[in-house]
Write a protein that binds this ligand. Structure first.
Ligand code: SER
Length: 332
């Protein structure tokens, strides 16, 4: 039975609720009190103060789905949108959180349990990555995470890959909370593909191949990057995980594209009704336009709903550009 978007979202929240997490609402799509960000670019934005030790909540474990927009700054996916089938300007990020509570072990084991036992994803199609260390920051490889994946989660050691800071050290921006991370990728290859390809640096994990997509990022927040680039330890260690909702949904619905899930198909049906052009026909340019428009419609709607109006400056200008860009793709 295919799960709907609504069901998958609810299953994620209740899995962690059953493990002592408070279900909390998404923050707005733009942070109200953080001048370093135009838009909320990650689930951790609304908890930045907790990580830095300048704020607190009355819970130490949380789970949520955060509305994110990545169109500016350090995390900007705009140019990929529409050209591929798995990047978005607006997306939901499913996340579980530990504020000075559990750390790597539980984060890793629960992620594996949810994906492979609850949702039944095939283990021989999953790959995980861990931080390889960084000389400049004086950090060693994350051998602890590596060991936990192998010994506690029971993953085949050949499926645990090391990557450098570009892929496996998560930072919110130029400054702010950060730490080594461990990602879970899925190989969506078909029956004739070699399940060992994930380790191939040319076509495998993190090679920019649509066959291997990152599903979930588990960040072990330990540091604050301060002005000038130095790392200082945070007052406590935290867990910040982020799973791309549109991506996991496409996997669970057996689709090769996020746009073939029930989050997007109603928008496409409306576009076809308005234009008379079908999606998925032979003209790939019109398919790209469909994806760009559907993506931007969601981003703009959510921005407007949260109170960002089109304007000539700042986030209002981004909203305006998205409207213009969608219109341009529509016309062309
Ligand atoms: N902060 C991490 C990310 O955005 C995990 O939530 O990928």
């Amino acid at each position: 039975m295919t799960r709907s978007a609504e069901e998958v979202r609810a299953e994620f929240l209740s899995f962690f609720e059953a493990r002592g997490h408070r279900v909390v609402p998404s923050g707005p799509v733009f942070p109200l009190d953080d001048p370093t960000l135009l838009f909320t670019n990650a689930g951790m934005n609304q908890f930045k103060d907790v990580f830095l030790g300048t704020g607190a909540r009355d819970y130490t474990r949380a789970v949520d789905t955060q509305k994110c927009i990545r169109v500016s700054g350090k995390h900007n996916d705009l140019e990929e949108v529409g050209v591929d089938t798995y990047h978005h300007t607006f997306f939901e990020m499913l996340g579980n959180w530990s504020f000075g509570d559990y750390f790597k072990r539980d984060a890793i084991c629960w992620a594996w349990e949810l994906l492979t036992e609850v949702w039944g994803l095939p283990k021989d199609r999953l790959w995980v990555s861990v931080f390889a260390g960084d000389d400049k920051d004086g950090l060693g490889a994350d051998e602890e995470a590596e060991r936990l994946w192998i010994d506690e989660a029971g993953i085949d050691p050949s499926r645990v890959l090391r990557f450098d800071r570009t892929d496996n050290f998560w930072e919110m921006g130029e400054t702010g909370p950060c730490g080594p991370c461990s990602e879970i990728h899925i190989d969506r290859g078909g029956p004739d593909t070699d399940p060992a390809d994930g380790a191939d640096p040319l076509i495998g994990v993190n090679a920019g191949n649509e066959r291997f997509i990152e599903l979930w990022n588990l960040v072990f927040m330990e540091f604050n990057r301060v002005e000038g680039g130095a790392l200082t330890p945070l007052p406590a260690k935290h867990v910040d995980t982020g799973m791309g909702f549109e991506r996991i949904l496409s996997v669970l619905q057996g689709k090769n594209s996020n746009y073939d899930t029930d989050l997007f198909t109603p928008v496409f049906a409306k576009l076809t009704e308005l234009t008379g052009v079908p999606y998925g026909a032979t003209d790939s340019q019109s398919d790209i336009a469909f994806r760009v428009i559907a993506d931007h419609v969601r981003a703009v709607s959510i921005s407007l709903a949260d109170g960002a109006l089109p304007s000539n400056t700042g986030r209002g200008y981004v909203v305006r550009r998205l409207i213009r860009r969608a219109a341009r793709f529509g016309k062309q």
